[in-house]
Write a protein that binds this ligand. Structure first.
Ligand code: PEP
Length: 248
């Protein structure tokens, strides 16, 4: 059976004092959570977050990284630097990175490869815009995003990653995909991969992300191909995030 993983994406939120309080509450409440828990935090907080969470049963990671190993890339952060702070996960290809920072499928695939080469587990985000859903090309878009990674890294590389299906129209909007809508795309992803490598397909953790909250998490996570969630806004509130983790 696949494990369930619930990861928080703090985005550009937090400060030292608020992070300390949030993580204290998560550590205190994590005892009865069966799913794996993780938080993906802004770069400047990796040191304090790693110090706080070490040995505590909650993993941590970053929200982005450079596809390059090192060099003249002002403002960028490499996979090796994330390793220095004990990161397990790194989100690659979040729709905000794709839309606001022009990250192409190709760049996302390079980041995926660089993350794995450094021993990090990439959380690869895929998902369609509202327009793409309405014009009926959701599967083409998600398929193309996956194919870019498979072309560069090979299907076997998906044995060591998490895929997060995040419909762009559901992120931060309060509009969650219905469990049936989400399940349909998750099943498409798994089916596509099953044709290439059934073992990888059956073992792949596919998270759902997009306005998940305590009130809708259980129904989403009950779908056969939904293996947890990538949680934005609701991961900033300890009670809400813990309730989502318990639902997994
Ligand atoms: C996200 O940023 O990955 C996300 C899913 O955000 P939210 O839960 O706020 O929709």
């Amino acid at each position: 059976m696949r494990r369930k993983i619930v990861a928080g994406n703090w985005k550009m939120h937090g400060n030292l004092a608020d992070n300390e309080a949030l993580l204290s509450a998560l550590l205190a409440g994590a005892g009865d959570v069966k799913a794996e828990m993780a938080v993906c935090v802004p770069f400047p907080y990796l040191a304090s977050v790693s110090a706080k969470l070490s040995g505590g049963g909650i993993a941590w990671g970053a929200q982005n990284m450079s596809q390059h190993g090192k060099g003249a890339f002002t403002g960028e952060v490499s996979a090796a630097m994330l390793n220095d702070f004990g990161c397990k996960y790194v989100i690659v290809g979040h729709s905000e990175r794709r839309a606001l920072y022009g990250e192409s499928d190709e760049v996302v695939a390079d980041k995926f490869l660089a993350a794995q080469a450094a021993g990090l587990v990439p959380i690869l985000c895929v998902g369609e815009s509202l327009e793409e859903r309405e014009t009926g090309v959701t599967e083409q878009v998600v398929g193309r995003q996956l194919d870019a990674v498979i072309a560069k890294a090979g299907v076997a590389s998906l044995a060591n990653c998490v895929v997060a299906y995040e419909p762009v129209w559901a992120i931060g909007t309060g509009k969650t995909a219905t469990p049936a809508q989400a399940q349909a795309v998750h099943a498409f992803i798994r089916g596509k991969l099953r044709a290439l490598d059934p073992v990888v397909a059956d073992g792949l953790v596919i998270q759902y992300g997009g306005s998940v909250k305590a009130a809708n998490a259980a129904e989403l996570f009950a779908q056969p191909d939904i293996d947890g969630g990538l949680i934005g806004g609701a991961s900033l509130q300890a009670d809400e995030f813990l309730a989502i983790c318990r639902a997994a």
